[in-house]
Ligand binder design. Structure first.
Ligand SMILES: [Zn+2]
Length: 77
C-alpha cells in the first residue's frame, strides 16, 4: 500500500442531469470542468437546487471517488 503524495479531493455536483464527482479544488461557477468519470462540461452558473441534488449519482464517478477524499461545499478552514 502506498501513501499518495497529496490527498486528492472531490465534491459532488449536479451536472447535465447526473450527480457527478468533480475535483475538490473546482469551485468557480460557469467555468469548464472535467468530472472524475471524464465528462467534460461547465460548472453551473447558479447554486444547485434541491431538485438537482436528487439527480442520479453517476456510477463511474462513484467508483472513481472511492480513491478520493470528499470535501463538503462549506468546509471550515
Ligand atoms: Zn460522472
Amino acid at each position: 500500500m502506498t501513501v499518495p503524495a497529496e490527498v486528492r479531493t472531490f465534491r459532488w455536483m449536479p451536472l447535465d442531469h447526473q450527480r457527478h464527482a468533480i475535483p475538490g479544488d473546482t469551485l468557480a461557477r460557469d467555468t469548464p470542468v472535467t468530472t472524475l468519470c471524464g465528462h467534460v462540461t461547465v460548472m453551473p452558473d447558479h447554486e444547485p437546487t434541491k431538485g438537482e441534488w436528487l439527480w442520479w449519482t453517476c456510477a463511474a464517478c462513484y467508483e472513481k471517488a472511492k480513491g478520493y477524499q470528499h470535501v463538503a461545499l462549506t468546509s471550515p478552514r
